[in-house]
Design a protein around this ligand. Structure first.
Ligand SMILES: [Zn+2]
Length: 45
């Protein structure tokens, strides 16, 4: 499953939702980006 993120509202959108219309269902933006695959959070000190 591919997830995109809206460039405007930064909400994640499943690629399936973009199949019909390549528009953000939340804000109507047409700019998306692919967020990096899970980033491991490591406490650095
Ligand atoms: Zn949006």
């Amino acid at each position: 499953m591919v997830q995109y993120k809206c460039f405007k509202c930064e909400k994640s959108i499943v690629s399936k939702a973009l199949e019909k219309r390549f528009v953000c269902p939340h804000c109507g933006s047409k700019i998306f980006y692919k967020p990096r695959t899970k980033i491991k959070k490591v406490k650095v000190k």
